[in-house]
Design a protein around this ligand. Structure first.
Ligand code: GLN
Length: 484
């Protein structure tokens, strides 16, 4: 069961080979055994999960089951789920119990999926290693001295360690794709506006996008079918016809034009990752694709631009955590201003404070034009590079991350080194494009390598087709960590 695809699990449930209660219990037992070491989950609630499983079993018997009915899914702890503690990895929300469901959670509930628990993450999704979580770092199941990536590291770890059938993540600058790469799983960040942000705790609203994390492209398509769709409660949600993201999975890749951005294969890429990606490109040629060299000349500016814009938006979004309406409140204070100050000083961790300070600075009078406005202009140029590139190719391929998983603590004192982990992923968020990562081999010390696939706006079905055909020809995505 642990190695089954979501489709196989769905068939087994509908054929009564296993019940949702049994399947949920199987995962809960694994979580009880393995989570103390891996720390992938912040909160589990066996009774609530099992109650959902019982309801799913009734639905399976009643013949009203959908593709995901009865399947246990782990939810990143950034999504509000009614009655569940929702922490966003922060002391600020340590005891916050959400009074309503995020759109994503609502979609999974209506599909009859089981919420298996809330996964660990970098505090307010700020980080690339999961080390900024107030609830402690997550371990990479391939090497427990290494990071799982971030910020959706708990979800990536849970999928890789088979502590859930699949999971959700969010990606502001790479937080689905980079942990997927570092943990050897598949993850997809959809086109901005495809999945509603309602009830998803905001980091940088113009960049944040939720997406699925699973073992295969086929699973991602099923999950995205449930997650995507218009929602009037998010003003940036796109009003488009419902699509079946699995519709193109089985198409052959003959004639596919793959663009390789020369900037993604330059200095800074570690040789083991480069080699695995080269081998994947050779596989794509065998599958009938042709290769075009392209250029994304402004992509080198994406990290600096992101670290102006994302903190600017974060400084505004996080102003709501003031100790008044919800979240942490300092126990001792003299007056209102002192209460705000102490609550925020005690409730936020160091990385979150760094971002709030940068964001407040770049938005302040006198610096706004020099930093924020300039960054917005360069963001436009970065998006234009992709528009130009997609005149020559159908999809873009490259590494997801410049290296395989690094050791816990290795980049802790150097924020700039940490920020460079997302050098190949951030431009995609700035442009609002869809991007995904799939496993494509192993590098030094046998750690997984991720292949990034970038598509044009709304090309998810096409990207999933390219990923699925590669997964039919290779077996990297079904490998599992030793002893787990
Ligand atoms: N690592 C990036 C950051 O720290 C991206 C995080 C994300 O995508 N949520 O901001």
């Amino acid at each position: 069961m642990l190695n089954s695809s979501l489709q196989q699990l769905g068939s087994a449930l509908r054929a009564k080979k296993i019940s949702s209660v049994e399947l949920t219990q199987l995962y809960l037992d694994r979580i009880a055994a393995l989570n103390p070491a891996l720390n992938a989950y912040i909160t589990t609630h066996a009774e609530t999960s099992l109650a959902q499983a019982r309801a799913a079993d009734a639905r399976l018997s009643g013949g009203t089951a959908q593709a995901l009915t009865g399947i246990p899914i782990a939810q990143k702890d950034i999504f509000c789920a009614k009655g569940w503690r929702t922490t966003c990895g922060s002391k600020m929300l340590e005891n916050f119990v959400a009074p309503y469901d995020a759109h994503v959670i609502g979609q999974f509930n209506s599909a009859g999926a089981v919420n298996l628990g809330k996964t660990n993450m970098d505090e307010f999704a700020m980080g690339s290693s999961n080390e900024t979580s107030y609830f402690g770092a997550v371990k990479n199941p391939w090497d427990q001295n290494a990071v799982p990536g971030g910020s959706s590291g708990g979800s990536a770890c849970a999928v890789a360690a088979r502590l859930c059938a699949a999971a959700t993540g969010t990606d502001t600058g790479g937080s689905i794709r980079q942990p997927a790469a570092l943990c050897g799983i598949s993850g997809l960040k959809p086109t901005y506006g495809t999945v509603s942000r309602y009830g998803m705790i905001a980091f940088a609203s113009s960049l944040d996008q939720a997406g699925p994390m699973a073992r295969s492209a086929e699973d991602l398509a099923l999950l995205l079918n449930t997650m995507a769709g218009f929602d009037e409660r998010d003003s940036t949600s796109l009003q488009r016809d419902k699509e079946d993201y699995a519709r193109d999975l089985s198409k052959p890749l003959t004639g596919l034009r793959i663009g390789l951005p020369k900037e993604f294969f330059a200095e800074g890429l570690s040789s083991d990752v480069g080699k695995a990606v080269e081998t994947a490109i050779a596989e794509y040629k065998k599958l009938g694709a042709s290769i075009v060299e392209i250029s994304l000349p402004n992509s080198k500016l994406s990290v600096p631009v992101y670290y102006v814009l994302a903190p600017a938006e974060a400084s505004s979004n996080l102003s709501r955590f003031d100790g008044v309406r919800y979240g942490y409140r300092a126990p001792d204070y003299t007056d209102l201003a002192d209460m705000y100050e102490k609550s925020r000083a005690q409730g936020f961790g160091a990385e979150v404070k760094r971002r709030i300070m940068i964001g407040t600075y770049v938005l302040s009078h006198g610096y706004y034009d020099a930093y924020y406005l300039q960054a917005q202009k360069i963001r436009r140029l970065i998006a234009q590079d992709f528009t130009d590139a997609f005149k020559q190719c159908d999809i873009i391929i490259g590494p997801t991350s410049p290296s395989t998983a690094f050791k816990l603590g290795e980049k802790g004192d150097d924020p700039v080194q940490m920020y460079l982990s997302d050098i190949y992923t951030i431009a995609v968020n700035l442009a609002g494009l869809p991007g995904m990562s799939i496993p494509c081999g192993f590098g030094a010390a046998n750690m997984p390598v991720g292949l990034q696939i970038i598509g044009n706006y709304f090309a998810e079905a096409h990207m999933l087709n390219a990923a699925h055909q590669y997964q039919l020809a290779t077996d990297w995505h079904v490998r599992t960590p030793n002893g787990i």
